[in-house]
Design a protein around this ligand. Structure first.
Ligand SMILES: NC(=O)c1ccc[n+]([C@@H]2O[C@H](COP(=O)([O-])OP(=O)(O)OC[C@H]3O[C@@H](n4cnc5c(N)ncnc54)[C@H](O)[C@@H]3O)[C@@H](O)[C@H]2O)c1
Length: 267
């Protein structure tokens, strides 16, 4: 297989949740650039549409859907609609996720715990289950889940988020074992600190305006934690997603890929 063939997704179809912003948007754009037809899904309908339009403007093929990943029937419909539209589902990227207000576990409310587990863990579970049902039937497919560097480095104040992401890692490994024989691969990505809408809370003022000085301070502060001396950009993760989606990673399953600037180096 040539490099071009290994990364070529021509004729393949992909669903990307969280496609309206940040890592999901980058992943959708890169999968499309590699030739995939992409269904861009997000709870923010306008943002999902904008990503699909950007792909279309660049000569790619994409449609969009408004989906709340906490609603299992929404997710089932999303996967069914990809199959209806494209004839198959080759790649499922479960990327939608949220952060919560900083609170140590003793101060975490039931509402926060429920909300974060619903989006970040149950949402990924629903996406995995719906996609795996289709892919097992096809005898092929690649599922890519978004975990986080939080699974490697416990940080005070983000307990529910970290717990949900650890669940995503274990979900990835368990499902990988269950569907490998049917030709379906399941992997996860555990990014370090990436500049996106999620991390912009570090430099967003109470009135919603952005503070460029705080953004620079955040980039410098988090960048110092990495041996590479910088924070990540969405495409740093989008390229990892593309690798796991493509035949370039055909011997990879049940793995947690860590584009994190070297912040954590587990065995
Ligand atoms: N940014 C980082 O530093 C970082 C690090 C590690 C992991 N991650 C993970 O990467 C993923 C993408 O995050 P991001 O940083 O690009 O954030 P982002 O806020 O830029 O994008 C998240 C997207 O998910 C969508 N979304 C939220 N709830 C949803 C729901 N219920 N249903 C459907 N869509 C929903 C949002 O509308 C948004 O478009 C998340 O799972 C996040 O936990 C991010």
């Amino acid at each position: 297989m040539t490099v071009r063939e290994a990364y070529d997704l021509t004729g393949r179809s992909a669903v990307v949740t969280g496609a309206g912003s940040g890592i999901g948007r980058s992943s959708a754009l890169l999968l499309a650039e590699a030739g995939a037809s992409v269904l861009c899904a997000d709870v923010n309908d306008a943002a999902a549409k904008a990503t699909a339009e950007t792909i279309g403007d660049a000569g790619g093929r994409a449609v969009s859907a408004m989906v709340d990943v906490t609603d299992r029937s929404d997710v089932d419909r999303l996967v069914a609609s990809a199959v209806d539209t494209f004839g198959a589902l080759d790649v499922m990227c479960n990327i939608a996720g949220i952060m919560h207000e900083n609170a140590e576990i003793v101060d975490t409310t039931d509402e926060t715990l429920e909300r974060v587990l619903s989006v970040n863990l149950k949402g990924v579970f629903y996406g995995c289950r719906a996609a795996a049902r289709v892919m097992v039937g096809q005898g092929s497919g690649s599922i890519v889940n978004m975990a986080s560097g939080a699974v490697d480095v416990p940080a005070p104040g983000i307990g529910p988020y970290a717990i949900a992401k650890a669940g995503v890692a274990q979900l990835t490994k368990t499902l990988a074992m269950e569907v490998a024989k049917q030709g379906v691969r399941v992997n996860a990505v555990a990014p370090g600190f990436i500049i996106t809408g999620m991390t912009a809370r570090h430099w967003t003022n109470a009135d919603g305006t952005l503070d460029p000085d705080r953004e620079q301070a955040t980039r410098t502060g988090f960048g110092r934690m990495s041996p590479l001396g910088r924070v990540g950009e969405p495409d740093d993760i989008g390229h990892a997603v593309l690798y796991l989606a493509s035949d370039a990673s055909s011997f990879m399953t049940g793995q947690i890929l860590r584009p994190n600037g070297g912040v954590a180096m587990p065995w």
